[in-house]
Design a protein around this ligand. Structure first.
Ligand SMILES: [Zn+2]
Length: 481
């Protein structure tokens, strides 16, 4: 036995391993059937051992064999050159039948004639099996272009169409009768091309590619206690709504440790926009009506009629992109139950309270500061209010809620604001530098209405504040709290 023959024998032995296995599986040779009861690997090992030690004579009357080699990989030892070629043809044809595509190959195929004693020849079918994964098969396919960019390859235009339709169905199926339209925002085009068969996606893989991009599915395993779905969304920069949709079984609240949260770093190739008309019942908020009651003390409020929300049927147009709501526009509303307005009675009776006298005062201080001039007679004449010291620009606030009835320059008062609190009570704010309110504005107690200034007849910056009841000036200190 020469060195080269020995090499071939060893190679053949490697191959016989295949043959044995296939034949046992198929049960085509009686001799092999008998040993099916024995573990097949043991049989294989035994056969190899026999062959290596030259003690095992195998079938085969020919003294020649044909070794089929693809890209330097030895595939099978065949009885004839024709069978070797047939093995390749069979393999390509089977693949072609399976994929429905016209295929070709781009490989270095070599068939070597060798002298071979006692070799088991591979059948065409077995050789075809052995070729699997060894060849660079090219397919006549179509490239799918999304907004002009090649994005994937599929067998044909129909596959591309079906995949896109499935994605559209996925996002619009829930809409049912409310569906208005479903559109893909990108432009999709196909073009025939030749590409490696392993690059060609089947329909379901194409659907996944369109929906998730090449990133594929990823999982996040909860490792911290107290972790919620919202935390996972935050940590992975995913919309919380999208994450909920991907994980319908996971509810809000703490996730058990080890929970696998489907993340999928979405990089969808297409954006499916679904428009639907959604009808839902919503609460119709009641309004509150306030009635002044001159017999009730100011600051007192009584609910006369309790408000009750009504119900309305609201129709909205909802736009979703890849399952996430991007807008909702109210189209119409139909009242099902009218709300009952709340009626509140508000006391407006002036309570003449005074410091150190009976009850506490009722007005809030319009400005915090020292009183530099009090109410009443003074050298320059009767003072109809109090002066509260302040710097130009200091904020003046409403002493009580009410309506602005005056906001303009008025002689000695300078810039003057008057607020009507109802029931004949009004407060005046003079010498202002700025107005923050205008006539007709409703203000709340404590709202900023203007700022301290030196307008009108004044010697320095301060707020001149008056309390008027039915236009008569009263000492503000009796009303301030
Ligand atoms: Zn004054």
């Amino acid at each position: 036995m020469t060195a080269s023959q020995k090499k071939h024998d060893l190679k053949d032995a490697k191959y016989i391993k295949y043959v044995d296995r296939f034949q046992i599986d198929k049960g085509t040779i009686n001799r092999k059937k008998k040993v099916q009861r024995i573990v097949s690997t043991a049989v294989v090992l035994l056969c190899v051992a026999f062959l290596i030690f030259g003690g095992f004579n195998l079938v085969g009357a020919n003294t020649y064999a044909y070794v089929l080699t693809v890209n330097g990989d030895e595939i099978a030892t065949m009885a004839s050159e024709g069978e070797a070629q047939s093995a390749i043809d069979n393999y390509i044809n089977q693949l072609s039948d399976k994929t429905g595509m016209k295929l070709s190959y781009d490989d270095h195929v070599q068939i070597d004639k060798i002298s071979a004693d006692g070799v088991v020849y591979a059948s065409t079918a077995d050789a075809a099996k052995a070729l699997d994964g060894k060849m660079n098969i090219m397919a006549d396919a179509v490239g799918v272009y999304i907004d002009g960019k090649i994005s994937m390859y599929v067998a044909d235009e129909d596959t591309a169409r079906n995949a896109v339709a499935k994605v559209k169905d996925y996002y619009s199926a829930d809409a049912g009768k409310s569906l208005i339209s479903v559109n893909v925002l990108e432009k999709i085009a196909v073009s025939t091309t030749q590409v490696a068969l392993d690059k060609v996606l089947d329909e379901n893989s194409a659907v996944n590619m369109l929906m998730y991009g090449s990133a594929g599915n990823h999982y996040y395993h909860v490792a911290d206690s107290g972790c919620t779905l919202a935390d996972v969304a935050d940590a992975n920069k995913i919309e919380a709504a999208q994450l909920s949709k991907l994980n319908p079984a996971l509810t809000s609240g703490e996730l058990p440790l080890g929970t696998a949260v489907v993340l999928t770093n979405f990089d969808p190739l297409i954006s499916v926009q679904v428009a639907k008309e959604v009808v839902e019942n919503k609460d119709l908020a009641y309004k509150t009506e306030t009635i002044d009651n001159a017999k009730l003390a100011r600051g007192t409020e009584n609910v006369v009629t309790k408000g009750v929300n009504g119900k309305e049927e609201v129709t909205s147009k909802v736009l979703e992109t890849n399952g996430v709501v991007v807008s909702s526009t109210r189209l119409s509303g139909k009242t099902l139950e009218k709300p009952v307005d709340q009626v509140v009675e508000r006391g407006v009776k002036i309570v003449v309270a005074s410091r150190g006298n009976s009850s506490s005062g009722i007005l809030g201080w319009p400005l915090a500061g020292n009183i530099t001039s009090r109410f009443g007679a003074r050298s320059l004449g009767y003072h109809t209010g109090i002066d509260i010291d302040g710097e130009v620009g200091d904020t003046v606030v409403a002493a009580e809620s009410g309506t602005v009835i005056f906001a303009q320059y008025d002689g000695n008062y300078g810039n003057l604001i008057k607020i009507d609190h109802g029931g004949g009570l009004a407060t005046w704010y003079a010498h202002l530098s700025k107005y923050y309110v205008s006539v007709g504005d409703e203000v709340q107690r404590g709202d900023s209405i203007g700022s301290v200034g030196v307008t009108g007849r004044t010697t320095g910056s301060h707020l001149h504040f008056e309390v008027r009841i039915n236009d008569d000036a009263y000492n503000p200190l009796n009303y301030l709290d």
